[in-house]
Design a binder for this molecule. Structure first.
Ligand code: HEM
Length: 240
């Protein structure tokens, strides 16, 4: 007797288990877990999240009626772009659009999302899963840590972590998994989705690592100007 084939939601979780551990152990996420996230780190993280969600949500919107997207299309409950815009305005001021700075890894992530949105929309589920289910899981704890670490009294600037359209994250995650499992995919497409989910985690890891590098270079050079600092980062980044 052979075991019944695993559902997509189980397969994707198993396929990305090691990558999840790696993501949790990036320097940025470790600082987070130790309650050591700084305002500067959070502000630049918001910029990258904005670029990522803008690409993801534009592609999901454009492909909303695609058979592999429609079942997992929940803009009312999940969309993050508007909440990120509110948070960015809160921390960067009304001119925030001119100040958004992102490292190369964030640009690569956005480009990947736009490419699959155009060419292989069935792979978008891998990216939506990685971000949204992450936000509804560990992300909920990270929201509380952010508030505490930054000493914020109100929830202003923390909209990203709030999902007013989701009353129970756990029940919503169950619904999301069952919708993922209802997507009809060929074996080949399923394998490609699993591979894309691994890539999605890797892209996130690269963004975290790049942000960390960008901040350490900028901090170093503010303290100790030298001819090797990337002027562009500092010019466009009045907070640093
Ligand atoms: C699930 C913690 C970072 C993506 C979870 C769960 C926890 C968690 C506790 C629930 C596990 C379960 O229900 O079995 C954390 C912590 C992190 C972190 C503490 C960093 C400090 C990330 C990152 C990503 C991510 C960076 C991706 C960008 C996910 C996904 C799930 C998840 C997709 C859902 C897994 C599933 O049920 O299929 N995380 N996480 N997490 N996390 Fe994370």
């Amino acid at each position: 007797m052979t075991d019944p084939p695993l559902d997509l939601s189980e397969q994707i979780k198993a396929a990305t288990k090691d990558n999840h551990v790696r993501a949790e152990n990036t320097q940025l996420m470790l600082s987070y877990q130790k309650g050591q996230i700084t305002l500067v780190q959070y502000k630049v993280l918001l910029c990258s999240l904005y670029e990522i969600y803008k690409a993801l949500e534009e592609e999901l919107d454009r492909n909303a009626s695609h058979p592999a997207v429609a079942p997992i299309y929940f803009p009312q409950e999940l969309a993050r772009v508007e909440s990120l815009e509110r948070d960015l305005e809160h921390f960067w001021g009304s001119e925030w659009r001119k100040k958004v700075i992102v490292p190369a890894a964030t640009q690569r992530y956005g480009q990947r999302l736009r490419k699959i949105g155009r060419e292989n929309p069935e792979l978008l589920v891998a990216h939506a899963y990685t971000r949204y289910l992450g936000d509804l899981s560990g992300g909920q704890v990270l929201g509380k840590i952010t508030q505490k670490s930054l000493g914020l009294i109100s929830k202003d600037g923390l909209s990203f972590f709030q999902f007013p359209g989701v009353s129970s994250p756990n029940r919503f995650k169950q619904l999301y998994r069952s919708r993922m499992n209802s997507i009809e995919l060929t074996e080949e497409e399923k394998a490609a989705v699993l591979e894309e989910a691994v890539l999605a985690f890797e892209l996130n890891i690269q963004v975290f690592d790049d942000l960390q590098k960008m901040l350490s270079v900028a901090t170093e050079t503010v303290n100790q100007p030298s001819d090797r600092f990337p002027a562009a980062i500092l010019r466009s980044s009045p907070i640093l």
